[in-house]
Design a protein around this ligand. Structure first.
Ligand code: 6GU
Length: 237
């Protein structure tokens, strides 16, 4: 998978060299390129923002450097045929595991990371005229810019790219993969600081263990995320 990250803070993406995604890069499974938006400015001060039309607080990112940066990426000789351009934004659609699964199938993702109060909206309109675009939000809170949100999405998407996670089975039994929260996990020792591992997990009875884990998933989801429960499970709550 090819990733292009456009940002005024390239240093955020040094995190991509670490851990599982760093290994995936070394293995050639993920090819990420970071582009400094300021390299696409044309003025002496490398200006990327200006005051908003209509007034109001904060600054808005000017469209021209974004246009040139996206041109360079989308028209580049090594660009895939039909990349998806992602604008991380608290005004976007909520990013979910289902969207991560969808995007993990793509050949190329371009993350356009805005700062300040956002990017001039014509950049989004222009990108929509050129191809597939998604405005994606992590959740209902505000970050200073799209970089940290992009890193979170890239980790969620990247680990679903075949070969990135060594044991694909570990992708299945996780929170959100089956629509429920994950069951709690335990390892040795069997007793620690007076807390015991639930005895069923030491029983060797695989049927009983599976049933216990399912019940834990339902109980947790009912308690902290009832919005995730399918209607038939909610009825019994
Ligand atoms: Cl994608 N961007 C920003 N700036 N804030 C957010 C977000 C994204 N998702 C949640 N908060």
């Amino acid at each position: 998978m090819r990733l292009d990250l456009v940002t005024i803070f390239p240093a955020f993406f040094e995190a991509l060299d670490v851990s599982l995604l760093g290994k995936a890069r070394q293995k050639g499974l993920i090819d990420s390129r970071v582009h400094d938006l300021r390299d696409f400015t044309t003025d002496r001060h490398r200006t990327v923002d200006d005051t908003p039309y209509g007034g109001g607080a904060g600054m808005v990112m000017r469209p021209e450097p974004w246009g040139l940066a996206l041109d360079a990426i989308l028209d580049g000789d090594d660009s895939a045929s039909d990349p998806v351009v992602i604008f991380p934004s608290p005004a976007g659609e909520r990013f979910t595991q289902a969207i991560a699964r969808e995007l993990a199938q793509e050949q190329q993702l371009v993350f356009a990371c805005g700062r300040y109060e956002g990017i001039d909206h014509r950049v989004v309109e222009h990108a929509e005229g050129r191809g597939r675009v998604r405005l994606l939000s992590l959740g209902d809170y505000v970050l200073n810019g799209g970089e940290v949100a992009s890193l979170a999405m890239i980790e969620a998407i990247g680990r679903l790219v075949p070969g990135v996670v060594g044991n694909p089975e570990s992708l299945i039994e996780e929170s959100h993969e089956d629509g429920l929260l994950e069951y709690p996990s335990y390892t040795k020792p069997a007793e620690w600081r007076g807390h015991e591992v639930p005895p069923v997990l030491l029983s060797g009875n695989h049927g009983a263990i599976a049933a216990w884990r399912r019940e834990q998933q339902l109980e947790r989801t009912r308690r902290v995320r009832p919005d995730l429960l399918p209607p038939e499970e909610l009825a019994g709550a």
